[in-house]
Design a protein around this ligand. Structure first.
Ligand code: R5P
Length: 310
């Protein structure tokens, strides 16, 4: 087995390598002066089972291009099988035609990865699980839910915990964690009554006196999360926490969270933390390195991946 990493999240790639006892393959993944990507793999990979680790997070297009160029290099170097390990699969939110004359970019990215030479994909908490069907190669979609459930169990009195989905689209994900913890579930229904009028947050479920834990796949601007936290407190919740797999946290998001009513946001390291995230006292990271290392070992040994979640 060989592990190759792009530049998007070297600390996670190194932690995966440490978990597997397999050092990262020596390679140059660099830029020419005009920012074209250049890759040179410095070890023999002929006939190897290669796992290429790269999240397509910010800067999304540069990281995607690095991934594609690495795939081409591996394919031309005669790797036997290439699994793209993309803990955060960018472009996933563009998974349908949102309006006339708009693209389905998630499908385009799936095509690019396949055509560039991937044999399989390993990812975590795809924005919509149907995206697996955008690929004509096997996709293993792992869940952060067991990790989050364990962390919630360690930190809070489960008697008073209520799991909350910040929108209707995330109910299945939130229900999964509620089931693992044997906790109740509430849902926030966001509705814009008329164009130009601000969104109304209707809380479905009794949150009064409860410690609410919001669960979602992505926190980007932080708008959904901070508004949901406020709506829960307005409805009588005693405290609001959040567990969100992918901390996209684009410009202004960390400050918005720091100034919000939220007590704590727990994210995974699927996306490399910026300095701002690291110093923010309301944000804590839990690592998916062990989960990914276990899944990689199972794929390599042709063992079941789904049994990781039994
Ligand atoms: C939406 O469907 C996703 O699950 C997230 O709720 C959304 O991407 C969060 O975005 P933001 O943090 O910008 O509100």
């Amino acid at each position: 087995m060989k592990l190759l990493a792009g530049n998007s999240n070297r600390p996670l790639a190194e932690a995966i390598g440490a978990g597997l006892g397999t050092p990262l393959t020596e390679a140059k993944v660099q830029r020419f002066a005009d920012m074209e990507v250049f890759v040179e793999i410095l070890e023999n990979v002929r006939g190897e089972d290669v796992f290429l680790i790269q999240s397509t997070s910010y800067p999304a297009n540069d990281n995607l291009m690095e991934l594609l160029v690495c795939l081409d290099a591996l394919k031309r170097a005669s790797a036997k099988r290439i699994t793209v390990v993309t803990p955060y699969f960018g472009y996933a939110r563009q998974d349908r035609k949102a309006g006339p004359r708009t693209p389905i970019s998630a499908k385009l990215v799936a095509n690019l990865i396949t055509v560039a030479g991937a044999d399989r994909v390993l990812t975590i908490d795809l924005h919509a699980s149907q995206i697996q069907g955008f690929f004509d190669i096997p996709v293993d979609n792992l869940y952060a839910a067991p990790l989050f459930a364990e962390d919630i169990r360690e930190h809070y009195d489960l008697e008073n915990v209520l799991i909350v989905s910040p929108d209707v689209g995330g109910v299945a994900r939130a229900r999964g964690i509620a089931k693992r913890l044997d906790a109740g579930l509430a849902i926030i229904d966001k509705r814009r009554e008329r164009a130009g009028v601000s969104e109304v947050m209707n809380v479905i479920g009794d949150v009064a006196g409860r410690r609410c834990v919001l669960v979602d796949d992505i926190v980007d601007s932080g708008g959904t999360l901070c508004n949901a936290a406020q709506a829960l407190l307005d409805n009588g919740a005693v405290a609001v926490h959040a567990y969100i797999t992918h901390g996209v946290l684009s410009a202004g998001a960390v400050a918005r969270i720091a100034g919000s009513a939220l007590e704590e946001l727990v994210i995974t390291d699927s996306i490399r933390a910026t300095e701002g995230m690291r110093v923010c006292r309301k944000i804590r990271q839990v690592s998916v390195a062990r989960l990914l290392a276990d899944a990689i070992a199972r794929i390599n040994e042709e063992r079941s991946v789904s049994s990781l979640f039994d």
